[in-house]
Design a protein around this ligand. Structure first.
Ligand SMILES: C[S@@+](CC[C@H](N)C(=O)[O-])C[C@H]1O[C@@H](n2cnc3c(N)ncnc32)[C@H](O)[C@@H]1O
Length: 274
């Protein structure tokens, strides 16, 4: 039964219309938007969530969109105490706290997709690694030689290190704390695959890849783009890489999430061709 159906005897028809159809469940934490107009009904809304999802211990009201360098939304705690929780994903477990470090359940399918592309023995670089879901899912589902994850937010790094141990991938995943602008230039050798999951500002990090990839390397480039641009996007992306001396071919372009009306998150699977 939907949240709206559960609330139909408690709230007026007008109030029901303001209840969001969807909310995110992160472990035992629920993230939901509750408009100001129905905040006086929050106890009924929370009761309905708890009735439907008995394991939930905390409810966070999202009061501001994902923002800032660390890409964290603003939340108000409306039920429970703890905001740290454990999420299960593809046989992995992640300790996360959405109020302190970015983590999105919605990208779990994308992480599995990428992991399935990784071939045995690859050396992989995950820029903007967050609490480590991409590096860890890749290490667990594929057989890479090494996965290096770079992350700036110290709290995300703390969880990333904890998650590496929790999933017993210390032999494969290396956690590096700091700014990719400083760390990536110091990394030695070339990478078989580079992930750039910073869709908000991916473009400005392209120059970092110049001597980190070679012919035959793959890049997964995430960006927020207008849906009207979709057809032109592969050429636009190839041109951006070419400007920095990296000759690429976009093998596949895929929408992987909404951002705003008519603006979506896209991922381009790219092969370096020269
Ligand atoms: C959209 S989140 C993606 C996190 C993770 N890959 C995931 O999917 O859950 C982007 C991450 O990049 C980090 N970040 C932003 N600027 C950075 C930089 N210059 N160097 C390293 N990490 C950075 C943020 O702190 C944030 O955790």
């Amino acid at each position: 039964m939907s949240l709206r159906e559960l609330l139909k005897d408690k709230l007026s028809e007008e109030e029901i219309k303001l209840v969001r159809r969807s909310f995110e469940i992160i472990g035992d934490v629920v993230v939901i938007e509750i408009p100001d107009e129905i905040m006086h009904r929050k106890d009924d809304i929370i009761a309905a969530i708890l009735k439907r999802h008995k394991h939930v211990k905390t409810v966070l009201r999202k009061v501001g969109e994902v923002n800032g360098v660390y890409r964290i939304a603003r939340y108000e705690l409306v039920y429970g105490e703890k905001t740290e929780t454990i999420v299960k994903e593809h046989g992995c477990r992640f300790v996360v706290d959405p109020t302190k470090a970015y983590y999105s359940v919605k990208l779990s399918g994308e992480r599995e997709r990428i992991a399935k592309l990784v071939r045995e023995g690859e050396k992989v670089l995950v820029m903007f690694a967050g609490v480590g879901p991409y590096p860890i899912v890749i290490a667990r589902l594929a057989k890479p030689r090494e996965v290096i994850g770079v992350e700036l937010n110290p709290i995300a790094v703390k969880y990333f290190r904890q998650n590496v141990k929790l999933n017993k991938v210390q032999n494969v995943v290396k956690v590096l704390e700091g700014d990719v602008n400083e760390i990536v230039p110091k990394l030695s050798g070339k990478f078989d695959r580079v992930l750039m999951p910073a869709p908000y500002s991916a473009e400005k990090f392209i120059p970092l890849l110049k001597d980190k990839v070679e012919k035959g390397s793959f890049i997964h480039y995430y960006s927020f783009e207008s849906e009207n641009e979709e057809e032109r996007l592969p050429d636009k992306i190839s041109d951006k890489f070419a400007e920095h001396g990296i000759k690429v071919e976009v093998l596949k372009l895929k929408k992987c999430g909404n951002f705003a009306p008519y603006v979506s998150r896209y991922v381009a699977d790219i092969e370096v061709v020269g």
